[in-house]
Design a protein around this ligand. Sequence first.
Ligand code: SF4
Ligand code: SF4
Length: 353
Amino acid sequence: MKGILPAWGRILQGYKPNLSIEITRECPLRCPGCYAYGDEHLGGDVTLRQMADLKGDALIAGVIEAVRIHRPIHLSIIGGEPLVRFRELDRLLPQLSAMGLYVQVVTSAVRPLPAAWAAIPRLQLVVSIDGLAPEHDVRRAPATYDRVLKHIAGHHVTVHCTVTRQIIQRDGYLEEFLAYWSANPDASQVWFSLYTPQVGEQSEERLEPEDRQQVVRSLLDLRGRYPKLRMPEGLINVYLAPPSTPDACTFAKTTLCLSSDLVRRITPCQFGGNPSCDDCGCIASAGLDAIARHRLPGGLHVGAIFDASFGIGNAVATVSGRRRKAKGHVQAPARVPAVEAPTADVSAPSQRS
Ligand code: SF4
Ligand code: SF4
């Protein structure tokens, strides 16, 4: 529940407490099921690869400016592949940390994570590992296990696995994965998201309802036996009943997502396009919804307080003129939301980078 009060404060002031930035349009990987490079990710008129993409001083200044304007508590840096811009990040991450921000870099670890990043306060490195080596290496070459293991050495990364239909066909797979990473000293914790499809998507990755129930049962069992699986029970249970629409999704309401020009907004959430909320398996969404569903003494849900606060924050943003200015550039929230990273500090990763 940590982070709720500062997040609430941001909401009341008309800001979104979470900012997610696609820091580059580039990625050397071609992962099946990657939503970032889907045709509809940015609404259909442009794809991520066609977007403007900043480099060098312009990128550093642009991100700092976006943070100053939007005033998040938590920033997720995703891609494309953020390590494509590792030189810029090398300069940017210490500055963001000095601003008091909690920053998460979501990466495939396709190149070495700079050693100095391990000492940056409030920085979390999340590495996407989609299954054990035989399956991961097929999906994520050239970010294969061999390379990832070398590239994360000396860090304490969060291992983030997106569960697809393919990897749960074998009984015990999730436990094997968890046992493997529990034994790796460079992994401090493990998270599982579930593959989130677009509405109408037919793909090999998409889970059937019975798959979802099986995964939830497994995670509830494993969390008691593997301390590195840092997923609270309430979060895991949200996977059985995700928010039904973006308007009901605490993550969508509390997170501003910008693409690689630092201007274009990704809606309704970081998936973009028309995501199937009923099939959502995003750990960030589940984590924030678990908080929103929490009952306070007296029976009120935390989410009800936030919902009331969105209205106040909206009025504050309108009266202060931020809403009007927002039309032209990277400006304040269209609808005003809440909450920081939840119980497990989950904030943005889903099926990438
Ligand atoms: S995070 Fe999940 S529930 Fe929320 S808007 Fe996106 S797809 Fe829907
Ligand atoms: S999932 Fe991540 S690493 Fe893979 S193609 Fe998409 S952005 Fe690149």
